[in-house]
Design a protein around this ligand. Structure first.
Ligand SMILES: [Zn+2]
Length: 286
């Protein structure tokens, strides 16, 4: 199996940052094998690779930082790259945040599908889990076991009538990602909205780009919901994006996560890649 990029450069307009509210255009450019996914902040003339060494945990999103220049909310776009098998891409923008669009990965997926993918000279690589790994922090747990495939089992536990405790098992393939994950929108709790607004966050947030879990149970904007378990599906979308920070490699293994989020995904990745070098190897995919 060879590495992939997009067939030609393309633009995506009309997006707005979830937290900053600023309108931004994205330009995507094909990139050669072993380039990886790299963001270019044109306004700062700084390139930031989308890998764990540059990642910072933020409360509500995944942030990359290089030489004091930050880029927020990269996770949905990275998730789509991973989900579609895009290994190499240069992403240009002049803002500190990737636009949120409808709160899912759909707009990126649609754009890359329209422009088409191109195969490169260069074998596709993967990080293969060799030994069981367990990581926890309070109630948050992430574990992995060896596999020749990639499977995510994700459980959440929210004090909310429609959510409560849920578990979803996802067998990762590009077709399954397109069918089950890419359209899952982000979500928030109604009671958190005033706090986030007071902290000058979610300026670009609306009932159009997030599912709002109502204070009294139920959904504030049920017309926006595609699946009843959409928040859990979105957590898997986020995890796939965050795990792609592992040098933009596909990870082969079975993953079990309970109540994890961006900060714990990054902490787990750092534990795996820095402290458990005995527990994985890099392989080429046939
Ligand atoms: Zn998300």
């Amino acid at each position: 199996m060879n590495q992939m990029t997009i067939k030609e450069s393309c633009l995506l307009s009309g997006g707005q940052g979830l937290h900053s509210g600023l309108k931004t255009q994205l330009a995507f450019h094909p990139a050669p094998a072993d380039h990886g996914i790299i963001f270019y902040r044109r306004d700062q003339n700084v390139k930031i690779p989308a890998t764990w060494q540059y990642a910072r945990s933020s409360p509500l999103c995944t942030t990359l930082e290089e030489a004091g220049v930050k880029l927020n909310t990269v996770e949905h776009l990275l998730s789509v790259c991973s989900g579609m098998g895009i290994d190499n891409l240069l992403i240009e923008l002049a803002a500190d945040e990737v636009p949120i669009y409808d709160g899912s990965g759909w707009v990126f997926y649609e754009k890359f599908s329209q422009v088409g993918l191109a195969e490169l000279e260069g074998a596709k690589k993967a990080l293969r889990v060799l030994k069981p790994i367990q990581w926890s922090q309070g109630e948050i747990q992430i574990a992995a076991t060896p596999s020749e495939e990639t499977n995510f089992t994700f459980s959440i536990d929210f004090e909310h009538d429609q959510i409560g405790r849920q578990e979803f098992q996802f067998h990762f393939t590009p077709a399954n990602y397109a069918e089950q994950i890419v359209r899952a929108k982000t979500f928030c709790r109604e009671e958190d909205i005033p706090k986030m607004r007071a902290a000058c966050l979610i300026k670009g947030g609306s009932e159009k780009n997030a599912i709002i879990l109502g204070k009294q149970g139920g959904f504030q904007n049920i017309e926006n919901l595609t699946w009843l378990n959409e928040p859990n599906l979105h957590k898997i979308l986020d995890q796939i994006g965050d795990f792609f920070l592992a040098d933009n490699l596909r990870i082969l293994g079975n993953f079990f996560s309970h109540r994890s989020g961006h900060a714990s995904h990054l902490a787990f990745l750092k534990y795996l890649l820095q402290e458990r070098t005995d527990a994985w190897e890099i392989v080429t995919l046939n």
